[in-house]
Design a protein around this ligand. Sequence first.
Ligand code: ADP
Length: 517
Amino acid sequence: MSPAPAAVAALLDAAMKVVGPAHVLRSPDELSPYQDQFAFAPSGAHVPGGVVAPENVEQIQAILKLANEKKVPLWPVSRGKNLGYGGAAPVVSGSVILDLSRMRRILHVDEKLAYCVVEPGVGFFDLQDYLDEHGIKLWLGAPGQSWGSVLGNALEHGGSTTPLGEHAAQICGMEVLLANGDIVRTGMGAMENSATWHLYKHAFGPGWDQMFTQSNFGIVTKLGLWLLPEPEATLQLKMEVDDVDALEWIVDSLGPLRTNGTLNQFCAIRNYMGTATRNTQRSDWYTGPGAMPDSVIDTIQRQLKVGWWDISLRLHGVDGANRANADAIQRAVSKHTDRKFEITAWKQGEPRARSGQPRATMNSMHKLNWPGGRGGFLAFSPVMPLDGKLALAQFRRTRERMQEFGFDYYGAVYLADRALMVVSEVFFDQDDADQIQRLRRLFPVLVADAKAQGYGEYRGHIAYMDEIAGVFDFNHHALRRLNERIKETLDPNGILAPGKQGIWPPGQGPAIKGRKA
Ligand code: ADP
């Protein structure tokens, strides 16, 4: 439910006294960077009512007090670059964006125990520069789009193609502000003089770190995150595979090696579009109706010298162990192909560019040029078992759906240790009304197709949070009912990010069929 405009105006007026007039934004021009940069929702949806940018915990507490008094929802963002999932925009129009990007201190880096403690505004570039400048031998896992924050990315279950994998799994201890302004430290940090806040992930009793990820139960103001000690050596293995159906054997060869730890990388199998979208535009290849036909895809592959699938792996550790593991990986894929991996070896002390370390970059944003016009993309990200046959079936299902709605398939399959995260991106021109209509119809169908297989999304766009949360329906949506009870208790006025992940204050969410309680 959108707040009354007068209440929003009153909150923004009062907030100026807390953070200073320069840090309260309200004109359409000022708000435009806080809209979904790849918008496809109907106009009027997900429009921020204003922005307030505090610089410390005390200021956030004062703003929380105002929001509770005036019943205006806040939408906290760290750097607001959650691209493909809504950027900085809120679920509920009129929500005031709580922009935490001014809180940008790297509070601590411990090289020996390999962790950092950061505030919300610390970006991947900031942390990388800090580690470089201080000669600290720790790797952060920068994602493909590194504009965002270390903290926001971890909270949203983002990850990197390193052994760190999903960064939410590396979170260890946080400081959180509850809606009533109370400050909580999780895990071992609950002790006043804790010596192990960021070293041990559990607590005496239930652990709450994960409760504040992908959540609207609190505002995270400090985050402990484990980093990767720089490996003594890396080996990179690369192979292009032409056959589209090879996805089955690729997953079945590499999967068991992920599960048993031989392949110690959260790796991605990408399709040819990764290269095509980086270097060319769609209209360079095809201007006809519907999705690109196979003949065009063949031409792209031949001219760009890429296969259908790109297997790029990296092993981290002691050189001898890496080489033995690389042999095991080659043996596994040799059951299906005569090809040999191209191998690049690196050892500490050699130029780092050769190491394969994912450095902070925005290179992948070239892909926005692919559709032509004002390019955008929407990500569809189901999680499924680490199994080749199922992976191929899901890939085909998704590709056929995208083609049915006139879109090309672009995707990467991430191998977690027991699950696959199948991230597909649909590219569109934001000014093409026909594409936007097709996209809006497509997405709920993709979610329903995945649900029919027992797959749910690991992350989702603000426009589809209810649809995605809706597939988690065991026992009359018991998880949603539990979330709502916690929401009501912690945030009785519903001021923190209503609707995020489909969690609503009482009476505001979509009805649950056959609801009992
Ligand atoms: P990034 O900084 O990586 O660009 P965002 O700031 O866009 O990431 O954060 C992604 C989402 O995570 C936000 O839309 C918000 O829902 C949530 N989020 C981000 N920062 C916080 C925070 N400090 N506390 C609680 N939730 C947050």
